[in-house]
Ligand binder design. Sequence first.
Ligand SMILES: [Zn+2]
Length: 455
Amino acid sequence: MAKTKKIGLPLTFGIIIALLGLLAWFSSVIFEGEKPQVRLGPLPQYLSGETAFKLSASDMKRGLRSLRVTIVQGGRSKDILEKRFPFKGLLNSQGIRRYETRFYVDPSRLNLAQGRVDLQVRVWDYSRRGGGDGNQTLLQHKMLLDTIPPGMRALSRMNYVNVGGTGLLVYQASSDTVESGVFVNELFFKGYPVGTSSRGGVHVCYFAVPYNAGVHPNLYLWAKDRAGNVSKERFPHHIRRKKFRTESIQITDRFLKQVLPYFSFYPFEPEDSDIQKFLEINGKLREENGRVFFDLRTETLPEPLWEGSWLRLRNAATMARFADHRRYYYKGEQVDEKVHMGVDLASLANSEVPAANSGRVIYRDRLGIYGNTVVLDHGQGIASVYAHLSDFSVDMGQEVAKGDVIGHTGQTGLAGGDHLHFGIMVGGVFVNPVEWWDSHWLRDNILRKLALLKP
Ligand SMILES: [Zn+2]
């Protein structure tokens, strides 16, 4: 008896300790305080239409109990998603630990008003905390509902544009506009803000109607606001058709022997004949070079760097015009055709080449068939191109004034003789430079519209 008591007391005590420990462990499990993890994406600042959200929730301890997504505006709230997860197995050991779903917020179906909208996500787990409701995670995301497209209005009423030429549109766009400009078929020309008025920001947009844009190119004004709403608007314009020349060029063996050595850097096939080499550089290399020119459109500054009239190489004869359609013949057969995207000017060899207007050097390097090439940015998407130079007189990034010598004429690249290939680009698209040299065209189509902007 005494013996059992002696042994019994510590045993009972041990059992109590063990039970207490078990109870503590059990409590810590069923009353665990770890909140569910919730992730939501995207987290847009603005809402402009039906938007998809991805939601993922997890609770690695007791598992997920339920989740609810609510849209709150003003005093009103509306549940747009509710999900309950069944309790499965001992202590929910087989319950759902991770859950992923997508849901949509459609402002028009939810009848939301413009302005502040809150998205709330609540997730509970199977802990016995919170009076049995479980641990709750609340994720709240604030947004602004804006479904009103930006307003815009063309200010310049007379917009005559030649095919292959440049147009300038002056327009207003509402103050929440983040990007705007003019579309010509699939090509986008960015507009630049130049000031504000009572009706919003005033913008200028230089655009090109490419020589091959077709008879009725699709021109419209386009704007996007901070919420992503887009407006499209027609504007008054008149496209003038233009005839371009067709030219025949005879490729001689003598010409090939003269120009091909320059292209020793090009990975020709060893078995290529001279004419095959010519077709390769006139095709593939020309295309590659064209992409380099087009990509330079992003290097432009938002303010104008140019002023007044545009200079042309002094005492120079025009050897080839803009958009000349060239047919290449070799030994009596047509072997290729290409379109000439600038004006070829020939003067004395090694003539000084003046900057056509004030600007900034955004390219100064060898460029395939164009040889030594300088590109000047004149701001707001306008650039001038000088090719086949014998040397450079400017550095990359240098600011130049109108008339500054940027280099000397030469015959680097694919050139049969000393000349300047001069080009003007608008938004990366080559346009007819003759317009820019023409003081009447410049006054009527550009300077008059710009003058309206001056206070
Ligand atoms: Zn040329």
